[in-house]
Design a protein around this ligand. Sequence first.
Ligand SMILES: [Zn+2]
Length: 64
Amino acid sequence: MPGTVVRVSDRCDSCGDSGTDMKTVQRIYLKVDPLTHQVVDEQLADEFETWCPICRVTYAHQLI
Ligand SMILES: [Zn+2]
């Protein structure tokens, strides 16, 4: 919406929800073996994201 100031820090980059208690995180990409379902590799994302509490519980990440 033109002219609307969007406060990025109030919106979750992962699920799009807005709210409080947003935190800046770095997503961790997990590589899971399809047979054993064990994590065989993990890679830190290049960029920072803003996540809500729910996404921080659900997805692997590292707090900044
Ligand atoms: Zn979220």
